[in-house]
Design a protein around this ligand. Structure first.
Ligand SMILES: [Zn+2]
Length: 365
């Protein structure tokens, strides 16, 4: 199977601790364009603050290679690594898959797509994890990931393939798993291809040529990377480098910002709203106010209120420039006696997502 758009892949010489991602021919220009698109997208929707979003994790455990306990621990470690962001993950499913042909999986083949077409669940906000023993052109790799901007053209490929042997939950702290999810959130490697470009287009990460994985460091120490200029110390602690057990511990503030921009544009949170607030008993002739708050979604929103005939509903006020939004309505003309009335509000966001929130009121006359 050919790579999409005829592009190549990042492959390290080392047999372990490498991952397979799709590369673009002029990565820096491509990333700059992505970043501008994301900022424009947010501005057009009036998003001033980053969304808080919890992604579902659907884990597909090929031939029992992982355990649910390890999966849960890895997700906990991932949430620790993202503690400064509004992004969280929650393991919602863990299924055993008894298909031996997907265990030693050749990446970027029809076999991989067959597996994903069969197993994949959810939407762009569902992280599908396939734990098996992946390889690329005969070389065993630690994992592979799709980028958020791949989703539109290639939703089936979305998710990560992971060799959990490279994500122990002890000393390494799940760094390979966290690294792959970093790609899934839109982050590039901190290294390569040259010193002349800002390789990941994140301002606060060091530019360096390659991770140096040739000499395992003495216990309790971390190795240096190959830096730009050579001789300087590099970001050995960064999750988007490659590293040794226990050395990779952080994402920078710039990387967190990048993930939030990429998520906002390519993995938008589903529209959700709180319950409707307002009185549950109403005496005729007295004004009352109901409100509903949008929790996540993309403004501007439109609100459509529905109530039994004979009641006058007047929306009052709107604040569509924030993610949290409130619209209220008043109920005036009550003509009925002791009747249970359902008030409903249908909210539509700028992405066309729609939800309806209902509230029951006992009306006395
Ligand atoms: Zn990687």
């Amino acid at each position: 199977m050919q790579a999409p758009h005829g592009l190549g892949f990042a492959i390290d010489q080392r047999e372990t601790d490498l991952c397979i991602i799709r590369e673009r021919p002029v990565e820096e220009a491509y990333l700059r364009d992505l970043q501008q698109q994301a900022l424009l997208w947010k501005r057009n929707r009036g998003l001033k603050k980053n969304q808080t979003v919890t992604f579902d994790v659907a884990w597909h455990n090929i031939l029992g290679f992982a355990t649910q306990e390890r999966a849960e621990t890895l997700v906990d470690l991932l949430n620790d690594a993202l503690v400064d962001s509004g992004i969280r993950f929650e393991l919602v499913s863990f299924d055993y898959v008894w298909r031996s042909e997907w265990f030693q999986l050749d990446l970027w083949t029809a076999e991989e797509m067959d597996m994903k077409e069969t197993l994949r669940v959810g939407t762009s906000t569902t992280l599908n994890v396939y734990s098996c023993v992946p390889s690329y052109q005969g070389t065993r790799v630690a994992g592979s990931s799709a980028f958020p901007d791949d989703y539109g053209d290639d939703p089936v490929r979305d998710g990560i393939v992971l060799d959990v042997a490279f994500s122990p939950v002890g000393g390494e702290g799940g760094a390979t798993f966290i690294h792959e999810v970093g790609h899934w959130l839109g982050l590039r490697h901190t290294f390569g291809p040259s010193c002349a470009t800002d390789n990941d287009l994140v301002d606060d990460t060091e530019t360096h040529l390659k991770p140096d994985l040739s000499n395992p460091p003495p216990a309790g120490t971390c190795p240096t990377s190959q830096f730009c200029p050579l001789g300087r110390t590099g970001p050995v602690e960064n999750f988007m480098n490659y590293g040794f057990a226990g050395c990779q511990t952080l994402f920078t503030a710039g990387q967190i910002g990048r993930t939030e921009d990429q998520v906002a544009m390519y993995r938008p949170a589903p529209l959700t709203a709180a319950e409707m607030n307002g009185p549950e008993v109403l005496h005729a002739g007295r004004p009352a106010v109901w409100s509903v708050d949008v929790e996540t979604g993309y403004g501007p929103y439109t609100y459509s209120w529905h109530v039994a005939q004979g009641f006058g509903i007047t929306p009052i006020g709107s604040n569509a420039r924030e993610i949290t939004d409130t619209v209220r309505c008043t109920l005036r003309d009550c003509e009925r006696y002791e009747e249970l009335v359902t008030i409903a509000c249908t909210i539509t966001d700028s992405e066309g997502q729609q939800i309806t929130v209902e509230h029951q009121v006992l009306v006395w006359n």
